[in-house]
Write a protein that binds this ligand. Structure first.
Ligand code: HEM
Length: 157
């Protein structure tokens, strides 16, 4: 596969439809989870779509979260003073990956290692930003995630 033909992670996962399916099902599991349910008790109905738009932009898709929902500063803002702990973070990441399996999302080693890399990074950032004293940088750039060290999807050779 030549460098020009390498899809973005966004294209590889199946675009905004796939990400919306993923977050919609994921937050159903979250609501029913004993550890995470209370954390998300006041989440509104648009939350799954907002997180799908956020993930789309991070993974190389369209910039809708930045243009319509306030970009990375808004995402950080949403985690302020929530006092999240590692046990909740681990459950959040674990449930998201289980949901990706449940829905038959791409499970090749290259894609999943890139996805896990972002989820680990982003979820740890959410915990850090939820601690007392954390503040929002109004100019925080949107994170961008690619294939990382593996440089592209599995091709069998
Ligand atoms: C890669 C990791 C994460 C991403 C990309 C992410 C993304 C987001 C986004 C985009 C929002 C704002 C949604 C909006 O604009 O309406 C949000 C809100 C929120 N996030 Fe996260 N998040 C992550 C990790 C976590 C974790 C690990 C937790 C807790 C265990 C968490 C708890 C929350 C809560 C409680 C809200 C507010 C929900 C409400 O409206 O009541 N997030 N997140």
């Amino acid at each position: 596969m030549s460098a020009q033909n390498v899809p973005t992670l966004y294209e590889w996962v199946g675009g905004i439809e796939a990400l919306t399916r993923l977050t919609t099902r994921f937050y159903q599991h979250v609501k029913a989870d004993a550890l995470l349910g209370p954390v998300f008790a006041h989440m509104d109905d648009a939350h799954p779509a907002h997180v799908a738009a956020f993930l789309a932009e991070v993974l190389g898709g369209p910039g809708d979260y930045s243009s319509q929902h306030g970009g990375h500063p808004r995402m950080i803002q949403q985690h302020l003073n929530r006092h999240l702990v590692q046990e909740q973070r681990r459950r959040w990441v674990g449930l998201l990956l289980e949901t990706a399996d449940e829905l038959g999302m791409p499970d090749d080693p290259e894609f999943r290692s890139a996805l896990v890399g972002y989820l680990e990074w982003g979820s740890r950032l959410a915990v850090i930003n939820s601690q007392p004293g954390a503040t929002v940088d109004a100019h925080a750039p949107m994170p961008k995630w690619g294939w990382g060290e593996v440089k592209g999807p599995y091709t069998g050779d």
